[in-house]
Each structure stands twice: as C-alpha cells, then as structure tokens.
Design a protein around this ligand. Structure first.
Ligand code: MSP
Length: 655
C-alpha cells in the first residue's frame, strides 16, 4: 500500500453475546494486514473494540438479569481474552462506554445540531433490533412484520440527521473514487441502494423507550441511536477533537474492514456523517463475506456456531489463523467445517511446510555439523537452485501485491507453491544420497538453498503464523524477521556456521476426521517424513464414522471418480515402479504418476479407458507432479487397472 501510514480498523463488536468465528476472522485479517505493514516499516495503527450501547445489549442484559454496564463488562473480557489468545496486536481497544468516546460523540452532536444538520420530527416506522437499524415498510413486511420478534413498530418523536442532503454528493464521491468501497460488487450494491431517494437518519431514541445510550447533549430526554454512536469510534479513538496531531497522523483510515452485513451503515451513514462534520473520508471500506457453518448460516438456534476457542485448543492458534486467511477468498462467503480444517492443516502445514522444515533442519543437523553449511562449492547456483529461488521470489511478489489488494489467500497459495517446489527440489536432488559422497559441495548447496527458501518463506508467513514461524526462524538462527523487502529478495543472507537447532515438530499431523483423508498415494517410492501426531494435536472429537472402517455416504461422495483415456505413458528415469501417464478427462489433459511399471509397459497403456480419482491434492513423486490417482485392483504380486465395461467417453462420472 503506497501510504506513509496505515490505520486499519475492525467493526466494534456488540457485547450481547460471546465472540465467534466471524468476529475472529475480521480481527485476524486486520491483524495480519497490520503485521505485514509493520514488517514493511510503515507506521501502523490497528484499532478494534466493542459496541456497548443500544437495544440489543439492553435486551441481553435484561435476559441475564444484570445492568447493561455489567453485561458489557462481563462480555468485553471475553473478546479481550480471545484477542490475546489469537495473538492479536491491536494498538488500541475502544469501548463505546468510555468517557473519551462519549464526550466526542456529544460534541459532534452538539455541533451538528447548532449548524442545523440535526432537527426534531416524528418517526413512524419499523425498527429491527437484530441489526439495530430503522427499516422500511417493505423490508419489515419481507421480514415477517409484527410476527418477527426482532421487529418493533415505533411511533415517537425523535431527532434526525439531514442525510438526504448528501445523496448526490455521495453518489458522485463513490463513482469518482473506485477504491472507496471494495470489492466492486459491494460498491454496486451501495450505488443501487442510493438509486432510491435517501431519507434522513433518525439518530435518537427517547429514554422512555430505551435509556442505554449516550445522552443527547441538547435534549436530556433522549439517547443517541447506537449506530451514530458506534461509527464515531473510528475517530474518537485516535484523538478527534482531542489531539489534533495524533488525529492528523492516522486519519484518514486506510481500511475499515467490515463484514457484508454492515455495508449500508458504513458506506452511506458514515460517509455522510463525516461529510457533515467536515472530516475527510476513509480511503477504503472493504466488506468481506460470511463464514457459513458447512452450508448454513451460523446461528445460535441452529446450534452450529463455531467457537474459536475450541479450535485453538485443539489445533493451535497459528493453524487457526492460517486456515481462516487461506480458506476465504476475500469478498466471497466461505464454509467452515472441521473436516476441511483438518484436511487443509494436514496438507499444507503438516505435510508440505512442516515436512520441508523438518527435513531440512534434520539433514543440516545430521549431515552438516548442525550449522548452516557453506553456501556453495560452485561460483553460481545451478539451474535447479535458480528455479526454486524463482518460485520463492514469485511468492515474495505475490504476497506484496496481495497485501495491497487484500487477497491474502492468493499470496498464501503462492507461498505454498514455493514450499512444494522446494520439496520437489529436494526429491530431485536427493541430499540424503549426496550425504554419502566424500565431496560435500553438492550436499551443502542443496541444504543451503533449501534453508534460504525457508528463511524467506517463514518471513512471508510470519504475519499469519507469528508463533510457529518465530520458532522456525529461531531454529535457523534468524529469529528476527528483517523488515526490508530486499532482504527477502536477496539470496545468501544466511550466514554459514550459524548453529541450527531442533524446533520439534512444527505442525504435528492431526488425526483426520474422515477415514478417506488418510489415503495417501500408494506409489510413493521415497516415503515423506511426516511428524507424528501428538496428543495435543489429535482431535478429541470421535471420528465421524461410528464403526471402525465404515464410512457414511457423504464421505464416499467426496471422492470424485471419472473415466479417463490414456494418451501417453513413459517411464520415470531412476524409478523402477513408476510410470508417468498422461490422460484426457473430457477436454482436460492431466499428468499422473502411477506405481504400475512392474505390471504394464507404456505401450500396454495406450488408449485404455481407466478410472481416475480427480480431486486428490496434487502430489510430487520423484520430482514429477501427479494430478490424480489411477485405480487398480491388487492382490499379492498382481495388479490390474480398473477399466470400464464397454464404450463411454472420457470424463464420465463413476459412482
Ligand atoms: N456493532 C456492530 C458494528 C459497529 S462498527 C462501527 C456489529 N457488531 S457485530 O458484533 O454484530 O459484529 C459484526 C461483524 O462481525 C461483521 O461485520 C463481521 O465483520 C463479523 N462477523 C460476524 N459474523 C460473521 C460471520 N458469520 N462471518 C464473517 N464475519 C461475520 O455489527
């Protein structure tokens, strides 16, 4: 982000209930972005907090039989405890019941009132407590009207902010500032909303109806509407009207991160409020999608709310942070299931990254006197070293780009590509064989190159997994993450002779929740080292299948089987059991590695229609990528491929 300072905010969360995965996600995302900016040495300020007034909190307090302040005090500590557990590095935490906030809200109200921006009138309409918003007749009707317990019909005298006066200005502002509301489909949603005439905003509630709020400075019979109060946190926290220098240092915010549920309040109410106050607009309001629980919206009544504390206790903080950031394509909805969590954890972290780190560190400790080896016996690194380094550099660029576009999932995917390329490089170079040679030059080159890639990749992953990456870096003798980007671009920063220590298993393999996940490609010749599962990492939940070895249909249905026509096959040099097989699956060409060389010659295979598992994560065997698995029947020494009975075009579903 080309800015000399970076101020990022999360929504402030209601204290009516305990935090869940949705709150955790927004806050982790903000934390990761803040950490990246700090690494790039951009002055950074990260704000989060709690929204403590309004009817929702009042109702929760009534249900609990406590005062709203006691409700807020009891709930805020749950948010604070979760942020601490999640390693969130916010610079400030604002509570809207704090005097520093209340006073600023009142001054703003008084000023707007004095300038005629606020007037008194009757409000006759609907109020939705679940979103704390005034809704139109039509919206209320669609939501069930009086039958919906969250809707209340209100007819009361109130104060209004002249929001309608800013409608034309706002449309023009949004149209001329494409970066203002992101992603683009959310900008269109707001512009669509603004096509209808914009009314004025009711900004008060009579105390006779609701007294849990900030008192209007010009009429003690009213409290402030909770959204008018809450949005102001973004400026009250950084010294608006209190500390001009501090305010000027951070405002305008670079990013208000929000969920898509609170788009209108942030892209219509807030900009018009700022405009009326004469305050500059934030640079970007970014709305992310929803986390769904499996296919469903999370809701207390469905009992499917994901509790972040439980996931952290089972799998560790960093794995949880990684999953949320890697799994959600920003701007779209994402699905959370524990099965998918474990699958990704095992694939990306235990197998790919954990395995790479443990291999490299173990080999250095065993074969290079436990020290970073001499860089190379050759003047310039060879083609393979350059190829690996190129994938690492692509990851550096991708992460830098995605920090500005916020599509961190893509940045992480490119880091994982580099991790896999490095694993492939090791499989190709076979340092375990090189270790047997008298000349240690080639071995040192491989180990040094692999350690260098780990140095850079661990820095790129540090903002997402600070604790585990600090452990990895300290094992490599580079505990500090050097902030400058050029350190990441330059090969040869690790100093030979620095001791390498054993960090223990970084990501112990978790026990899969579905038995299908345990299947590994059967034709691996060089078994991959996977650290053993520790009790801490093993899920305490019983596996999904009640009878050992029996799976339910849903699990079976996760395996995608298709017919495929073999169009080419060849031996893989140096691998006696493996063949590289090219297949057509409909119009798609794929390359597979199959452990069938003892049973079929390449010629035998030409034009055969076989059955392939198409949704297996790609694997690399002997440096060759395999994008699927051929099915075969085996017994004892015999092996026969599964074929189809009669003619059917390739790409047909097998079920
Ligand atoms: N208090 C208001 C925000 C005021 S900001 C000036 C509010 N609070 S909330 O507690 O309901 O939290 C809303 C935010 O939590 C969402 O905008 C989103 O950032 C996050 N999420 C809550 N549930 C979510 C999901 N299921 N999925 C993703 N994020 C969601 O609204």
């Amino acid at each position: 982000m080309a800015a000399d300072s970076f101020y990022i905010t999360t929504p402030i969360y209601y204290v009516n209930d305990q935090p869940h995965i949705g709150h955790a996600y927004t806050t982790i995302l903000a934390d990761v972005l803040a950490r990246y900016h700090r690494l790039l040495e951009v002055p950074t300020f990260f704000l989060t907090g709690t929204d403590e007034h309004g009817q929702k909190v009042q109702q929760a307090a009534d249900r609990a039989g406590v005062t709203p302040q006691a409700q807020a005090d009891a709930t805020v500590v749950r948010f604070q405890a979760l942020w601490q557990k999640l390693d969130i590095t916010h610079d400030d935490f604002i509570r809207t019941t704090e005097a520093r906030h209340v006073k600023v809200v009142q001054e703003i109200l008084q000023d707007l009132y004095d300038r005629g921006e606020i007037y008194r009138a009757e409000y006759d309409g609907w109020y939705d407590v679940s979103s704390e918003t005034f809704v139109t007749e039509r919206e209320a009707e669609e939501a069930g009207g009086a039958d919906n317990p969250n809707l209340t019909r209100i007819a009361e005298s109130n104060y209004f902010f002249r929001m309608s006066a800013y409608q034309e200005w706002l449309i023009d502002y949004i149209e001329t500032h494409p970066e203002f509301i992101q992603p683009a489909h959310r900008r269109n949603e707001t512009l669509g909303f603004l096509r209808k005439p914009l009314g004025d905003l009711c900004i008060s509630r009579p105390k006779a109806r609701l007294n849990w709020g900030i008192e209007l400075p010009f009429d003690a019979d009213f409290v402030t509407y909770v959204w008018f109060d809450a949005l102001v946190n973004y400026i009250s926290a950084i010294g608006y009207r209190r500390d001009d220098d501090f305010f000027a240092k951070w405002w305008p915010a670079q990013i208000h991160l929000i969920g898509k549920d609170i788009l209108t309040t942030h892209t219509v109410y807030w900009p018009t409020m700022l405009k009326a106050m004469g305050v500059e607009q934030p640079r970007t309001i970014f709305a992310h999608g929803w986390w769904l629980s499996g296919a469903h919206k999370m809701s207390k009544s469905l009992g499917n709310v994901v509790n972040p504390m439980e996931m952290i206790d089972k799998y560790g903080v960093d794995a949880f942070r990684y999953f949320l950031i890697a799994e959600m394509t920003l701007g779209q909805d994402a699905h959370f299931t524990e099965e998918q969590f474990v699958r990704r954890y095992n694939a990306d972290l235990a197998n790919d990254l954990g395995n790479l780190a443990s291999r490299v560190i173990k080999m250095i400790r065993k074969n290079a006197d436990g020290q970073i080896p001499e860089r190379t016996s050759h003047e310039t690194p060879g083609a393979e070293e350059q190829a690996v380094w190129a994938t690492v550099q692509e990851a550096v660029t991708a992460v830098a780009d995605t920090v500005s576009t916020l599509h961190l999932d893509r940045g992480l995917a490119s880091v994982m590509t580099a991790v896999r390329a490095t694993n492939r490089y090791l499989e190709l170079k076979q340092p375990w064989t090189l270790a047997k040679q008298a000349d240690k030059g080639p071995l040192n080159t491989v180990l040094y190159t692999a350690a260098e890639t780990l140095r850079v990749l661990s820095a790129l992953l540090f903002p997402v997994m600070p604790e585990r990456m600090a452990a990895l870096r300290s094992a490599l003798g580079v505990p500090q993450v050097a902030p400058q980007l050029d350190r990441l671009k330059h090969f040869g920063e690790l100093s030979p002779g620095v001791p390498v220590t054993d960090p223990g298993p970084l990501f112990p393999r978790a026990k899969p929740l579905s038995s299908l996940q345990e299947q590994e490609l059967p034709m691996t010749e060089e078994p991959r080292e996977a650290p053993p599962a520790t009790p801490a990492a093993a899920p305490t939940k019983p596996p999904a299948a009640p009878v050992p070895g029996v799976i339910d249909y849903d699990h079976f249905a996760q395996v995608e089987l298709r017919t495929a026509r073999i169009v080419a096959a060849e031996k893989i040099p140096g691998a006696t059991k493996l063949l590289k097989v090219d297949v057509m699956i409909g119009d798609e060409r794929r390359q597979l590695v199959a452990g069938i060389a003892m049973h079929y010659t390449p010629e035998d295979l030409q034009d055969k229609t076989v059955v392939v598992v198409t949704n297996l994560k790609p694997a690399v065997l002997r440096g060759v990528k395999s994008e699927g698995m051929l099915l075969a029947a085996t017994k004892g020494e015999s092996l026969r491929l599964i074929t189809v009975d009669g003619n059917i075009s390739s790409g047909a579903t097998v079920k």
